[in-house]
Ligand binder design. Structure first.
Ligand code: DAH
Length: 345
């Protein structure tokens, strides 16, 4: 009888040993240890034994049960560890694999230009000012020396919201706000980039909305030569070293003298090409010395200080710099056009 026990035990241990996964092991456990399993069945056989053999038999079956149960637990642990390891292996992430590329937008070319201009002037100690696009007639015109019925009002076709409120036609409005805010205190050194609006029909060179950057410097002994040096620096940085600039006399109500500024053509180096229409020069901005009357109206003494100002169209700069021939490209948001500028980002 005791051989039967040893046989069941060794069969059980072998089955445990051969169980290759947790399911198979559970089956072994059922076969040997469940209520109707082989080891409890041995126990039941005890009742047919002579009385004196019962204790030894019972003890042996118990030992057998214990050893099988221990072997099952040990194997179960091993299989669980192996199963976890397998799962981890299967779920392993190779962090060296290339990721899914996510398409992100790029900076708009006008923002690139704006940032470039801003960086340039910040480097020279200028402040950056911002102001409203919905502006009062007072700042856009009156303080800029363009009173009601002044013929210069016709120079800029204006979107009026009501008789005193308009969409600013130039960033010069911001120049006036900043002059007023300074309460006659110098020095002032700032630029103001921003959107402006005019009642223009859109075509390749006109847009009813475009961007300007205003520049303003006021202090003691600020001269036209300072303006020229500053604009020469700007031209060289924006269009490449070796650019020259020239001043042509012009008229703006808020500056005296006023100049139109040309830069030597960056495409032909001034020799003459179809971009500069053979002249070797390209007009890029308007500028001048702040009109004494403007200084006065804003609380400055024109005998004690002077200033220069300029206003540059950012589309014009971007068109020249990137060789874009239609201003509408900036506003129709064709992704193919915008995408071309990701390398400048
Ligand atoms: N406000 C002018 C325009 O929009 C540009 C301009 C010219 C600005 C001369 C200035 C300046 O500050 O001094 O056409």
């Amino acid at each position: 009888m005791s051989d039967r026990i040893s046989e069941v035990q060794s069969q059980a241990l072998e089955a445990i040993n051969n169980a290759s996964d947790l399911n198979a092991l559970q089956e072994v456990r059922n076969t040997y240890l469940s209520k109707k399993g082989l080891i409890p069945a041995l126990m039941k056989e005890m009742k047919d034994l002579p009385k004196e053999e019962k204790p030894a038999f019972g003890q042996k079956v118990n030992v057998c049960k214990q050893e099988v149960s221990e072997a099952l637990d040990k194997k179960q642990q091993e299989l669980e560890v192996a199963a976890t390891a397998l799962k981890l292996e299967k779920e392993k992430i190779d962090i060296t694999l290339p990721g899914d590329s996510i398409r992100i937008g790029t900076s708009h070319p006008l923002m690139l230009i704006q940032k470039e201009v801003e960086d340039l002037f910040l480097g020279m100690g200028y402040k950056i000012a911002e102001g409203p696009e919905v502006e009062q007639d007072y700042y856009n015109f009156e303080l800029a020396n363009i009173p009601q019925d002044h013929p210069a009002r016709d120079m800029q076709d204006t979107f009026y919201i009501d008789p005193n409120t308009l969409l600013r036609t130039h960033t010069t409005a911001m120049q006036m706000r900043e002059l007023e805010k300074a309460h006659g205190q110098t020095p002032i050194k700032l630029i103001c980039p921003g959107k402006v609006y005019r009642r223009d029909d859109d075509d390749a060179t006109h847009s009813h909305q475009f961007m300007q950057c205003e520049g303003l410097v006021v202090g003691e002994h600020v001269t036209l030569a300072d303006l020229k040096g500053t604009l020469e620096f700007l031209a060289n940085k924006m269009f490449g070293e070796g650019r020259q600039i020239r001043f042509r006399p012009s008229y703006f109500p808020f500056t005296e003298p006023s100049v139109e500024v040309d830069v030597s053509c960056p495409f032909c180096n001034g020799k003459g090409c179809n971009v500069c229409k053979g002249s070797g020069w390209i007009e890029i901005l308007g500028a001048g010395m702040v009109h004494p009357h403007v200084l006065e109206m804003n609380g400055f003494d024109p005998d004690k200080c002077s200033g220069f100002a300029f206003g540059v169209g950012l589309e014009r700069v971007a068109m020249l710099k990137y060789g874009i021939n239609d201003i509408r490209n900036f506003y129709i948001n064709d992704a193919r056009f915008l995408k071309m500028f990701d390398r400048f980002d």
